[in-house]
Ligand binder design. Sequence first.
Ligand SMILES: CC(C)(COP(=O)(O)OP(=O)(O)OC[C@H]1O[C@@H](n2cnc3c(N)ncnc32)[C@H](O)[C@@H]1OP(=O)(O)O)[C@@H](O)C(=O)NCCC(=O)NCCS
Length: 172
Amino acid sequence: MAAQSPNTGVLIRPAKVEDAPAIYALLATFSTEGKLLPRPVADIQARIANFLVAEMDGSIAACGALRDFGNNLNEIRSLAVRRDLAGQGIGSHLVKALLEKALERTGGGHGHVFALTYRVAFFQRLGFRIVDKYTFPPKIWSDCSVCPKKDHCDETAVVIDIPVPDEPVKEV
Ligand SMILES: CC(C)(COP(=O)(O)OP(=O)(O)OC[C@H]1O[C@@H](n2cnc3c(N)ncnc32)[C@H](O)[C@@H]1OP(=O)(O)O)[C@@H](O)C(=O)NCCC(=O)NCCS
């Protein structure tokens, strides 16, 4: 799966193992500020099949991963766009591509995609709705042990049904 964005000219494609150092570097620019969970390069390499990247002029402009929790429940995580490219629609395009990837995983069925985020309006504009994060199965908290905010998580859970209903984009 690869798709050229009509607005930005970036190519959204599955990540390759050799992209891992660039993905690590991009995520680190936000994890050092507490905006994303830190991820070691080895972890990114081990789970590279979960990642999509946005490539621009041969380098990684953005990345995002889709973690499969079974029962057609997937999480969007490690979503990051280079700061100098923010606000151009790349993040939205990447989320839509991740939703397509999640839909492929259902094999034509129905499912849900969630995210834990500080960027609630960004996800709401894409059709996600806010939910109580504690409605998700306990296994989704497995990665939180490395989070400095593990005992006082202040992120908001958002979720969307897949396939995404054919609705107009929401104004928030
Ligand atoms: C959150 C993030 C992924 C968004 O990526 P992005 O490429 O800037 O996203 P978009 O451009 O699609 O949308 C961002 C904003 O620009 C606006 N926008 C969208 N397309 C636009 C365009 N063509 N021109 C100008 N603005 C645009 C959107 O309305 C949106 O507004 P919002 O900030 O109020 O939500 C990015 O800012 C990021 O990496 N943040 C740090 C890490 C993080 O918080 N990740 C999310 C963890 S779940």
